[in-house]
Ligand binder design. Sequence first.
Ligand code: GDP
Length: 490
Amino acid sequence: SPRNASSSPREPDRLLGGLLSPNFDEPACRSRYEGSRRWKPSPFPVSPYLVRKLRQYEANHRRCGPDTSRYREAMAQLRSGRNGDRGECRYVVWLPVQGLGNRMLSLVSTFLYALLTARVLLVHEPPEMEGLFCEPFPGTSWLLPASFPYKDVRFGSESKESYVTMLQNNVVRYDGGNASSALPAYVYLHLENMNLRLQSHTFCEEDHRALDGFNWMVLRSDSYFAVALFLVPTYSDELERMFPSKGSVFHHLGRYLLHPGNPAWGIAQRFFDGYLAGADQRLGVQVRIVWHHPVPFDVMFDQILRCTREHRLLPQLTGSEPPAIVRPSSNTTATSKANKVKAVLVVSLKPEYYDKLHGMYYNNATASGELVTVYQPSHDQDQHTEARAHNERALAEIFLLSYCDEMVTTSWSTFGYVAHALAGLRPRLLAPLDLSKMRSDVACVRPASIEPCLHSPPSLVCRRKQDLDPVAHVPFLRHCEDVDFGLKLV
Ligand code: GDP
């Protein structure tokens, strides 16, 4: 049996409270069970209902997945050009777009959509993602077979296959008037952000009923649209039962779905064991500078130091702390902290943040006597989403961050969101700068939850007169700390 025979007291952690199926071959995906041991216990219990849903999903995926007669039948129907009657097996095909953080957010969102609509999730894996993630479902595959005809079509909001275009052209009706056999063979759902909004007609109840009429859906998204599924009343009972704590959606589904393949895991494991495992505490610092928000190095570095100082994430250097704070109370603190090792994991495309921080703690002692070690696993300089080895490093670093006890992350970064949501911790989020003053009033903020932010809320106009601000209507939604029009679950 692939199940590890020695059932240690750690067994419940290894399966993450029932989230992971025990029915996997370990060597094919070493991260699945090894990785789960390195996380701290989740602050959110997994609901038994979610566990049941996942096992049901897995069984259905085995029945309908690639290499089954049901899949071949569904393919034949797709190729016929007509939707046909409601299929026993129904599919949602995920197409990748943007960087790895974006992809992980949209993949988890698509999986949640598949859970809610009893569709089977099939993933188009372009060469740069080959083997990046393990198969998540036992005894079957989530990879879209190479023979699927539409995987390289450049779909967009204007495509004739797009749901909104079909609505405009009266190819589909939202009021239940569709004869399902008269519909086209598939629908494309465009969920990419368009000027930081998702298209109208993508998250209203009647549209979701109409979308349900299609046996095949192709979906492309760069966004954490899981949040928007909470706005569709049809799904609210199920979501409530799966997630009694709303702020744990990505945390649980990401831990369930996204396991680094062996190459990426090798990187993460070697680095963790070699540099981080021995430390008493680990602080992750993620610095992402994007072209549309070019913060100069000195300003960013200063903000990181302000944040770590104000929240006591890093010890002061000898002589830099006012004596009044060091002396009186600190006999006990000093001795208890002396010789403790704090490892700082700097994760960034650029080397200079590491260089400077490393230099500070290399050349100076700390006032508390703590030892601070500073490491950076790689510094590729620029984003290269088209390169597999680059993506493996990126994924390894997301997981390394997720094994930290505390985290400082950059606002707006989906890379940072994924890391802290997997970890289950609220980071210190570096506040966006006022670029005209080159300063933010507060260095960093503590988000209300560990959830990623949806940068592009859907327009909810649909058939209403005006748009709604969901935060005013839904108790477990907030605007994001770093993106004030964004939405997040709490
Ligand atoms: P976002 O742009 O910060 O929202 O994150 P994405 O992950 O979607 O896109 C950024 C991409 O740039 C990543 O997927 C990586 O390919 C690369 N990248 C950004 N920051 C880092 C980093 O700190 N380490 C590594 N290895 N790659 C990074």
